[in-house]
Design a protein around this ligand. Structure first.
Ligand code: CA
Length: 404
């Protein structure tokens, strides 16, 4: 048997070890945990029990101290954790600190500092262009191939997987309507994305180059950028997304360290335009990640977006986000943008899947264009791991509930 009775081939085996924060029943005490199969290891308690020097980073109520500690500490802690869950000599000490996932409460694992969202899928950007600017000569805006487009979102409404999402209300006005009306969104959508979590901060005034990505970014997670398309359509010109997005962004309870994803690194799609030097990754290590995402509504898979198709990499996004001298803070989160592949069943939003409500999706429980109250949206994903294994990403799920 593999170490600690994790079934062979489990995507959450000792090759993965994503980090989260949990509490036990009847307790308010939050602890850093590491997922192993269908259990969570109380990593802080293990560090204390084993007299580890990393207890100061792990015996904490959030991941922030570990995130702030930087690349060398991340690698050292991961090496220690791997030993704790695989070396038989540690079994007696560690086994009592493994709790069934079904018995714990998972919390937002880090304090989100700034939240930025990008727009890095060419397929998604072209689909959106065709839907909203059907008469334009090019479905991409003129800047799209020259810089990773992004905007600053609302960090205070980033919520952990499992949190209900209240249908937002706001203004909407279709082009033919004489005046705007106020009410619950009638075009509530999802965006299947990957979120990158910044650990080590940077200095204001000093850009982070492409090669600094692994020194600053700790890991990644699945992210659902809930979007009210009707609110968004009326408000977004000229300053971009605002209330149509800021009501909720869901992230997984588990942050997968980049160190677990070395076998998933892939080259991004071929570049069609020359890039300015600070974004030119031709001579860099491959910056794409081969993550196979699945989107389900009420348990029914509606799409399987491939992250490997993203035109802009997370390293390019980080370089662009800091090239003006803006600094990074521990806990900064940036979303990749909606992940959409080339084919229809790889689109990461209902906007694209139903072509802005023109078409309907057939679900076992009825037709959909956009989300109805009670719908549960769940994103899952896996990536190639070492020796033919799979690295599972923690799911992100959320249920739509009616507004008050
Ligand atoms: Ca988005």
């Amino acid at each position: 048997m593999p170490p600690f009775d994790v079934p062979e081939g489990d995507p959450f085996g000792p090759h993965n070890l994503p980090y989260g924060v949990f509490s036990l029943p009847g307790s308010d005490r939050r602890s850093v945990g590491v997922r192993l199969g269908d259990h969570v290891l109380d990593a802080g308690a293990a560090a204390v029990e084993l007299g580890s020097p990393y207890a100061a980073l792990l015996a904490r109520p959030s991941l922030n101290p570990l995130l702030a500690a930087g690349r060398t500490a991340w690698s050292d802690v991961r090496r220690a954790l791997t030993a704790w869950v695989t070396v038989p000599a540690h079994r007696e000490a560690v086994a009592p600190l493994l709790h069934p996932l079904s018995e714990v409460t998972l919390h937002l694992p880090f304090e989100v500092a700034d939240y930025v969202d990008f727009y890095a899928s060419e397929n998604h950007a072209r689909n959106v262009g065709r839907i909203f600017r059907p008469d334009a000569e090019d479905s991409l805006t003129p800047n799209w191939k020259h810089l990773p487009i992004g905007y600053h979102g609302r960090s205070g409404t980033v919520v952990v997987s499992g949190t209900d999402v209240v249908r937002p209300s706001g203004q909407r006005k279709a082009p033919a309507d004489p005046a705007p009306v106020f009410g619950p969104s009638v075009r509530l959508d999802i965006e299947a994305e990957v979120g990158f979590v910044v650990g080590a901060p940077s200095t204001m005034g000093t850009p982070v180059p492409l090669g600094g990505f692994r020194d600053h970014v700790f890991g990644l997670c699945l992210l659902n950028d809930w979007s009210a398309r009707d609110l968004q359509a009326w408000e977004y010109v000229p300053l971009g997304p605002f209330l149509g997005k800021s009501f909720a962004t869901s992230v997984s309870a588990w942050i997968t360290p980049l160190d677990a994803l070395d076998d998933a690194l892939v080259a991004p799609p071929g570049r069609t335009h020359p890039l300015l030097p600070y974004l030119d990754d031709a001579s860099e290590e491959p910056g794409g990640y081969d993550l196979r995402i699945s989107v389900a509504v009420n348990g029914h898979v509606i799409s399987e977006p491939p992250f490997s198709t993203m035109y802009w990499t997370a390293a390019q996004q980080l370089a662009h986000m800091t090239v003006n001298g803006a600094s990074l803070r521990t806990g900064d989160l940036y979303g990749s943008g909606t992940v959409s592949g080339a084919s229809e069943n790889q689109r990461g939003s209902l906007l694209e899947l139903t072509w802005n409500g023109r078409d309907t999706l057939e679900l076992p429980d009825g037709k959909r264009t956009f989300l109805e109250d009670g719908d549960v949206v769940t994103l899952t994903a896996w990536a190639p791991g070492p020796d033919g294994t799979r690295v599972g990403l923690g799911e992100v799920t959320g249920r739509v509930v009616a507004g008050a």
